[in-house]
Design a protein around this ligand. Structure first.
Ligand SMILES: Cc1cc2nc3c(=O)[nH]c(=O)nc-3n(C[C@H](O)[C@H](O)[C@H](O)COP(=O)(O)OP(=O)(O)OC[C@H]3O[C@@H](n4cnc5c(N)ncnc54)[C@H](O)[C@@H]3O)c2cc1C
Length: 312
């Protein structure tokens, strides 16, 4: 009996430069590259990779990843084209008796979520407004801010997450699984319980309780970011997580590393937890600088700095 193999109805490219798809502008090419636009195409991409025994790497907005100089083997799935959202007002039992509910494909930029929350003058716009990258990446990283506002992290606004998963190594069938917020484990800049698979769609909601001053707060938060972060240089945002009881940036600064560079990778003069690419930095430069920072901070303060950025 002949068994039908997986089909692929979209463009599969080879040796595609990945650096332009990352905020750091660093890294080599993808051996194979694909940009699915809907569930069917994402499913095909995963099935194709499985049939070829290729490793799969998922790229969201590329704002929190370091890609190696030699590039990535197998298949890189970029979610840039998997975007779009729907919003609706749904009833809830407690006051104010209504909530705004947004269902977004994983590749929907966070800025699109911000716009919808802002249209309804709702609090989530404030923490979302400065966060780069996509909705799926926001769930993976439990992205958020350290200011004491509510909400301040993805965990507080996500209702459920849908994950597309190949069932097992021996079967090429894919399933779309839905996880409620409480099925997942959410910690500081991390979520788990949904892996393995690719986050396909996310549902988020917030009580419909308009805050008249939200727009001015968003403007102020944006101005503060522009003042405190080196946003005119390629970076991945904060490289290290804040260790319990410390600020990573302060430890780095007090270690005398502000402005320190290896190759073209430099500890930002403006925000010491940012490593900026001054033009032509390699992943090797960045890795060496990260190691140097970790060693220096360990020697001086006996504190272990853990990276927030993902090494793909
Ligand atoms: C200037 C700047 C400022 C930043 N400020 C903040 C901040 O204030 N707070 C904060 O929390 N973060 C911040 N970040 C980091 C970053 O924006 C967030 O972590 C963001 O949520 C990452 O989303 P992304 O779509 O870019 O993910 P990517 O960087 O593309 O991917 C991150 C990880 O998630 C995986 N992934 C992505 N999408 C999916 C998916 N759909 N399914 C499965 N896996 C997936 C990738 O494989 C990778 O391991 C900042 C970054 C920059 C460049």
């Amino acid at each position: 009996m002949e068994v039908a193999g997986p089909t692929l109805c979209m463009k599969l490219e080879k040796q595609v430069a990945l650096a332009p798809l990352t905020w750091w502008k660093i890294g080599g090419p993808a051996e194979h590259f694909i940009q699915p636009r809907d569930q069917e195409e994402l499913e095909q991409a995963l099935q194709w990779a499985q049939s070829q025994s290729w490793p799969v790497t998922v790229l969201g907005g590329g704002s929190n990843v370091l890609i190696p100089d030699e590039g990535l083997p197998g298949l890189v799935i970029s979610l840039r084209e998997l975007r779009g959202l729907k919003s609706e007002i749904i009833p809830q039992e407690e006051p104010p008796f209504q909530r705004l509910c947004i269902t977004a494909l994983a590749g929907t930029p966070k800025s699109d979520l911000t716009k919808v929350f802002l249209e309804h003058k709702l609090a989530p716009a404030l923490f979302l407004c400065g966060l780069p990258g996509d909705t799926g990446g926001g769930v993976v990283m439990n992205a958020g801010v350290s200011e004491s506002i509510q909400p301040r992290e993805f965990v507080e606004i996500v209702d459920w997450v849908e994950v597309l998963r190949i069932n097992s190594e021996n079967s090429n069938e894919a399933s779309l699984l839905r996880f409620a917020n409480t099925d997942l484990r959410w910690t500081y800049r991390h979520s788990s319980g949904w892996q393995p698979g690719v986050i396909f769609r996310v549902s988020l909601s917030w009580p419909l309780q308009p805050q008249e001053n939200i727009m001015s707060e968003v403007k102020l938060a944006t101005r503060n970011r522009l003042k405190k972060q080196p946003l005119n240089w390629p970076s991945c945002g904060s490289v290290f997580k804040n260790p319990e009881g410390y600020k990573a940036g302060a430890l780095i600064e007090q270690s005398g590393l502000k402005g320190f560079s290896i190759g073209q990778a430099q500890v930002s003069e403006l925000h010491s937890n940012f490593i900026i690419n001054r033009g032509g930095a390699t992943a090797k430069d960045v890795r060496s600088l990260i190691e140097h920072i970790q060693n220096t901070v360990r020697d001086k303060f006996a504190v272990e700095l853990q990276t927030e950025v993902r090494f793909l």
